[in-house]
Design a protein around this ligand. Sequence first.
Ligand code: COA
Length: 131
Amino acid sequence: MKYSAKYSQLVMPQDTNILGTLFGGKMISWMDISAAKVAHRCLKDVEADSIVTRAMESIEFREAVQMGEWVNFESTVITVGKTSFNIKVEAYAESIGGEKRLACSGIFTMVSVCKNEDGTFKSVEHGLNLS
Ligand SMILES: CC(C)(COP(=O)(O)OP(=O)(O)OC[C@H]1O[C@@H](n2cnc3c(N)ncnc32)[C@H](O)[C@@H]1OP(=O)(O)O)[C@@H](O)C(=O)NCCC(=O)NCCS
């Protein structure tokens, strides 16, 4: 079974850097949310409170995104472990007029967790199988 999710954001003035294009930290934050969206879908019938981000890798900023453009995120679970999901996130910038280009990509590792009473997390098996 394929697990994927879509998510979009409009680049507003407060999202930009001093050059007036999308701030990289904001982009990563949105990619993290996009990865969380698909990971949440994987938690059906699982005794986990939620998922948390454990690692990010291969983040690549390919093209700048301008203020006023949309960013359309596509996240897909590519591999699973016992408690973890590896999720590929691709961020496509969409110009006014609808032209799309791959602006950023990365791999996010999310872990299914239960929350301890002291606010820390305990990883829990998600039982998910991609086949
Ligand atoms: C998530 C957390 C509970 C996991 O702790 P843990 O029980 O010690 O488990 P580990 O981190 O050793 O391993 C959990 C999974 O992550 C994987 N993992 C660990 N380090 C990793 C890394 N650097 N890169 C990719 N995967 C990694 C492990 O292989 C394991 O996967 P598996 O169970 O599918 O085999 C703990 O690390 C934590 O609370 N981290 C902070 C999370 C956080 O605050 N995120 C930001 C807010 S969302």
